[in-house]
Ligand binder design. Sequence first.
Ligand code: PMP
Length: 424
Amino acid sequence: MVDFSDIRGQFPILDQQVHGHPLVYLDSAATSQKPQCVIDAEAEFYRTINAGVHRGAHELAARSTEAFEQARAKVARLVGANAAEGEEEIVVTGGATAGLNLLATAFGNASLGRGGEAAKRFALKPGDEIVVSKAEHHSVLLPFQELAYRTGATLKWFDLTEDGRIRSDTADEVITERTKVVAVTHVANVTGAITDLAPIIRRAHQVGAVFVLDACQSVPHLKIDFHALDVDFAAWSAHKMYGPTGVGFLYGKREMLEALPPANFGGSMVELAWMDQPAQYMAPPARFEAGTQPVAQVVAAGVAADWLMAIGMENVEAHERTIAAELLKLGDLDGFRILGPRENADRIGTVAFDVAGVHPHDVGQYIDAQGIAIRVGHHCAQPVHRHFGLYASNRASTGVYNTVEDAQALIEAAKGVRKFFGVE
Ligand code: PMP
């Protein structure tokens, strides 16, 4: 049995008062809080082994390189990826946004003929199609929309069900023989809906398209195995999985990473560079990690991955589901509407809601005055809000440290909001 109250006790930030109330943090979809072991790992790195990785002859450089590569392996284990030397499938990035832009840029470079024969599978030309969904965070929508503009390819998208789920049942029509890239989210950051990926991935591969997953909101909450899912690429951020800000990871099937041309250029990614001919780039993952890496943060992210695996992702998922069930009761309040599936099995504990007659910023401030942190706004996902006929919404989202009492506190606070603003 996992003791979740002990886990909560590992987060020093939660032990404080906000506006005279004990802090209730329900904004983990924006960023998660950090357990003491992650905070300590970053400081310990600087205290004991800080050095540039991969190219030093001295002992500290060897130790920091070892710690960096071990962290990569820990993160790989969390998501079912390969980590053995020469088979690495995890690339260090600056975050999910950086990873998705890396891919879109690399596909653009392949479209210009860079990367030779092997990279042709990523190349786009006018008439080709890129498929996304209306539920995407702008970090997926915009890089792939820009890629379409740059290459002349057409951007297409999956529509959503009334309750905001990606219409996977239309995969055979939306993805065609012209589709070269499909990029969708695993869990949507507004609706919390878990995408039914199997029909989309099957169809994408049937037509020879590359499948890219936004795993930002799934890696911290669900047990993930990218091999079993058969995704080609997946991007996510460390800061939402109890790790530091400023780093993220890009998973790529080994043969995909080997075929992909680089997107960023600089130090530590070439075998040979000349003045008068193109450089010869290193094998993955180094080919995609130009420049000095955020080593301390990667090492701490590795600690976060280990810490999550020690709790067990099945336990994390089950725990957060009990809180989600409570949060969904927001939908029973007068004038409240849940934006997303009402069935707990189809979602995670990210619960967006609209309050009739009250602007989300007013809702957010009213709730905050009672020490409860939720997020308001469009959550960098405007098309999904348009789908619901809204510009913005309120969003409560869970982490491992939350309790059913946290959800109840939000519901109690929310009960007064319409009356306070004179719409009840
Ligand atoms: N995709 C989804 C689904 C997200 O929730 C987020 C973070 N809000 C991102 C992508 C982008 O992550 P980051 O800002 O950490 O790069």
